[in-house]
Ligand binder design. Structure first.
Ligand code: SAM
Length: 291
């Protein structure tokens, strides 16, 4: 390969050759740390070895192709990437020229139709991304709520977002994002990544998070909209008791009191102390009393 992309000097040379200017507005911080790269790829490949199905990776925001190349060389039979920045497409054509099983689509990950992605039939899918920080949550939620048949996602995100994703009830990091992520996935923090691992370095620390998709959810699909409604309401005003926060949202104190009673939840607790199971009980109680 002409450009060993984990070396910041090569990255500088490559972007200079292409007269490319890094776009802060697109969250362009390119990973240049081999160790972190290996950790991401190892997590992305874990438990795929025994599977008979073709292993496919979906990468959001390939950038210069550093992670893409590492994925392409680690046993995935196909790597499909979605990159928003049209100016990176000719660079990717160069850096990934030796990897014909990589497909780069120029598109916005917030708009692309995941159902139309050109995956091989019957594949085992992993989603991998060093996510652009300005749109981490919308991209993350779009993937979690999608029908993409992945069983694991490995994401680099801002450290404090990662800590919110894995947070347990009772702490200040625990909020609507923690519940949403943990509704869909088992989440684990793999490693903390310092700014020097990127070119250009971001102003904040990053972290790699591993999300293993749950086969069963804490509430059925029927109760899911109410579950998320209750979660949003409970965290909308963190300093309020659960009873008051929910009453503000539902506009009916008596209804909320009865629902909390049905779910055996103390009305003076705060939303941030509720486990997923308790939110589920409350959502089922609210649904039952709403009909
Ligand atoms: N994967 C590369 C790496 O690890 O070095 C680049 C990661 S960089 C943090 C984020 C990448 O996402 C950039 O290439 C950026 O252009 C791209 N990007 C930003 N917004 C996007 C969007 N809405 N859809 C797809 N790609 C996007």
């Amino acid at each position: 390969m002409k450009h060993p992309l984990h070396d910041p000097r090569s990255v500088r040379k490559l972007i200079k050759e292409h007269q490319f200017f890094v776009k802060k507005g697109y969250g362009q911080n390119f990973l240049t740390d081999d160790t972190v790269l290996d950790q991401i790829v190892d997590a992305a490949c874990e438990r795929l070895a025994g599977s008979e199905r073709p292993h496919v990776a979906l990468e959001i925001g390939p950038g210069l192709g550093t992670l893409t190349e590492a994925l392409a060389e680690s046993g995935f039979s196909q790597v499909v990437c979605i990159e928003k920045d049209a100016q990176l497409i000719p660079i990717l054509a160069e850096t990934l020229t030796d990897h014909p099983h990589v497909t780069v689509l120029q598109a916005d990950a917030l708009e692309v139709d995941f159902a139309q992605l050109p995956f091989a039939p019957g594949h085992a899918l992993r989603v991998v991304a060093n996510l652009p920080y300005y749109v981490t949550t919308p991209i993350l939620m779009r993937i979690l709520e999608s029908d993409l048949p992945y069983d694991r996602a490995v994401f680099m995100v801002q450290r404090e977002v990662a800590e919110r994703m894995v947070a347990s009830p009772g702490g200040k990091e625990y909020g609507a994002l923690s519940v949403a992520v943990q509704y869909y996935c088992q989440s684990a923090l793999l490693c903390i990544v310092p700014p020097e691992a990127f070119f250009p370095p971001p102003t904040v620390e990053s972290a790699v998070i591993v999300l293993d998709r749950k086969k069963e959810h804490v509430v059925s699909d029927v109760h899911r909209p109410m579950f998320f409604r209750v979660v949003r309401a409970a965290f909308a005003v963190r300093r309020k008791t659960l009873a008051n926060a929910l009453a503000t949202h539902f506009g009916d104190k008596a209804f909320v009191r009865k629902c909390l009673e049905d779910a055996s939840i103390d009305p003076v607790r705060r939303g941030e102390t509720l486990s997923l199971e308790e939110f589920a009980r409350l959502a089922v109680a609210c649904s039952a009393r709403s009909v």
